[in-house]
Design a protein. Sequence first.
Lengths: 328, 252
Amino acid sequence: MADTAALDAAPIAASLPENRDDKALQRKIFVGLAVLLIVAPTVLYPVYLMKVLCFALFALAFNLLLGYGGLLSFGHAAYFGMASYLSAYSAKVLGLTPELAILTGTATAALLGLVFGALAIRRQGIYFSMITLALAQMAFFFALQAKFTGGEDGIQAVPRGALFGAFRLDDDRAMYALVAVVFFLGMLAIYRIIHSPFGQVLKAIRDNESRAISLGYRVNQYKLAVFVLSATLAGLAGSTKAIVFQLASLTDVHWSMSGEVVLMTLVGGMGTVFGPIVGALVIVSMETYLAQFGAWVTVIQGCVFVLCVLLFREGVVGLIARTLHKPL
Amino acid sequence: MGRDVILATQGLTMEFKGFRAVNNVALEVERGTIHALIGPNGAGKTTCFNLLTKFLQPTAGSIRYKDRDITGLKPADVARLGLVRSFQISAVFPHFTVMENVRIALQRRRHGDSFDFWRAEKCLRVLNAEALELVEAVGLSDFASTLAVELSYGRKRALEIATTLALDPEMLLLDEPMAGMGHEDVDRTAELIRRVSKARTILMVEHNLSVVASLSDRITVLARGQVLAEGDYATVSKDPRVVEAYIGAGHA
């Protein structure tokens, strides 16, 4: 900048708060979550906890796309479900160890995300959402028709096997340890993506796409990249879930699963770091503890969603963040 | 001729379902000048801008920038060639601070495509000092850590200019930089444009004719999608067709 006049470049740089306090608070929450993850199985049923964690990771992955990429996918069940099938298949039929089965499922989701994403990002807004839904429905019918998925039965009795061929996962506590680690690493990865130079560009595109283009950013490449990242992490959640519950079924690829993850993200707080975890906790807990009400669970969930939209549109964590004036 | 033309169009035409918003426009912008595009409402000025920056694809005609045909390029790639636009409605990133708004532009210029999702954003701090210099250059130092959404209209425009300058563009296209501004803001922005024009070429659409008169080296008048007149302010303002277009269009 030759012509920016006389600059007494005063030490303004030093006086900028740089959001250090916010970061410190988020770091404390991470530590708190780690402690919770360790303590929780002594109090609560580990299988219930593992379900919450798998769905929380799924919702976090979805929120990366919706909350930070500004892209509403209505077909995330495809990545979650297909990963779950491939993970179950490799563990049961191919006899892979659980970590390799999970990796296979995750890689499948990444590949699927690349293909579906490349098609979907060509359109914007509602059209984007409809394309993701249509592609996910194709994945559903594939899962219904293909031989290896077991059709209506799904893939049942998937062996949990031994991690690295050494540590048996049959015990729920051992399994829980693996799920907790996968969840925590997945969450850290998403946090890093959001707070990276790449994440900064994503937020810029979400805020004002044409301005981002006019600054020379090729926005479609970023949309595709975040789509693939989100699909991959959703796949990680689905693959892990298949090993935990020893089952991959049509429920995982059904469109209602896509809807459920939207619900979790919105209830918890879209575009917040921790919201999807709270959302998953709320929704899974309702399904677990209200199971005695049968079909009424859906009605209750619907009411919770309506209340949430009417009373705190930014979700539980979004509301807390606004009250505290801090990003969470 | 000896004219050093940086941006030229030939037969530039944009047709929307039979309506020619821009019709056979030949425009030549000389390097290092401030060139204004004026005309009554609906004359096709903004459409013209969208064509030049490739936000719209012309139905006919060609655009040359620095002796290169850019008619088939994508908007992001035009920006990368140093031809950068502003928008009529202030285009800032509302949830970024003022400093971050400028920094995101610097990031593109200095770091290229940032696909590094595995790095911490701390690595962007090296750009802070330069971003703050630009923020200071447009008089927004006191607001460096304010969210852009909270700025007044005039300050948003100033921020937009700082962001555009962060790309160090060779040529700027300013779409109504003074629109909706109060008096002091207009003077301040005019001064800013004059200052940044020193090493650059500027093409601007502007309704404020006194600003146009004092800033521009050359003026092109558009009416109904066509070039009506061209020349310096004295020539153009005396042209009877121009006077008629303005008064006839009910601008009196």
